[in-house]
Design a protein around this ligand. Structure first.
Ligand code: PEP
Length: 255
């Protein structure tokens, strides 16, 4: 089996001014500077990227990520931010297709794929979020939903670039609700997603793709979730706003 380095990313969502972000990052650095076994990504709002970029510039195990980007490289798109602009601030990652963007901004699988491609073309690693809603899980439709999201939102990305793409499985019913999937439930879906990647690309590629779990990951459930065979890290919302909790999750991700 290919070795997959764990990756823990903090999605701050629309929280923290640039001033507050500097304080939180300083706290995170104090808590986690000793751990280098996992890739650590901090995804603040756009307005804090420059400030954080300066703070983590010299720290080898922490990278900067954005929460969204536009699919075009420039032009008349008022209020939007391109992949090149993110790269210029030394971003290495960008979250794409978070369920909140799918829900509130009507982002489709097709648009998400365009954004993921734009990110990859600019040398940014996209963290592409997929996951079913509560109604879809209760109707036992999760396989159908995940298959559609992978078929339309990921498959077709160039084989030479796909290994830089990270998938985040985030069951919508577990985001911000305090209800997480059990490690067994999450493992079952991650294994299924890896199978879809193998079908579209190859088993060798599927074994290299990192698949994060997201949805109410906390210090007390992280270890069990992150040590399932197909779970390669976490996308953390609420707990990433607390330096100690985030550091504990990073620590729990160690192999
Ligand atoms: C998220 O928004 O990506 C997320 C997983 O949030 P939380 O950890 O708060 O459930």
């Amino acid at each position: 089996m290919a070795y997959r380095k764990k990756i823990v990313a903090g999605n701050w969502k629309m929280n923290k001014s640039a001033t507050e972000a500097r304080v939180l990052v300083a706290d995170i650095l104090m808590e986690i500077k000793k751990f280098d076994a996992s890739d650590i990504v901090i995804c603040p709002p756009f307005t804090s990227l420059a400030a954080i970029s300066e703070l983590i510039n010299e720290v080898p195990n922490i990278r900067l990520g954005a929460q969204n980007l536009h699919q075009q490289s420039n032009g008349a798109f008022t209020g939007e931010i391109s992949a090149g602009m993110l790269r210029d601030l030394y971003c290495r990652y960008v979250i794409v297709g978070h369920s909140e963007r799918r829900q509130y901004y009507k982002e489709t699988d097709e648009l998400i794929k365009e954004k993921a491609k734009a990110a990859l073309d600019a040398n940014l690693k996209p963290i592409v979020c997929i996951g079913e809603t509560l109604a879809e899980r209760e109707a036992n439709d999760w396989k159908k939903v995940i298959t559609r999201q992978v078929d339309n939102g990921i498959a077709g990305i160039d084989e030479k670039q796909i290994e830089d793409l990270i998938i985040a499985y985030e069951p919508v019913w577990a985001i911000g609700t305090g209800k997480n999937a059990t490690p067994e439930q999450a493992q079952e879906v991650h294994h299924f997603i890896r199978g879809l990647i193998a079908k579209h690309y190859s088993s060798a590629i599927a074994s290299k793709i990192r698949i994060q779990y997201g949805g109410s990951v906390k210090p007390d459930n992280a270890k069990q979730l992150l040590h399932q065979p197909d779970i390669d890290g976490a996308l953390v919302g609420g707990a990433s706003l607390d330096a100690r909790a985030f550091a504990a999750i990073v620590l729990a991700s160690r192999h």
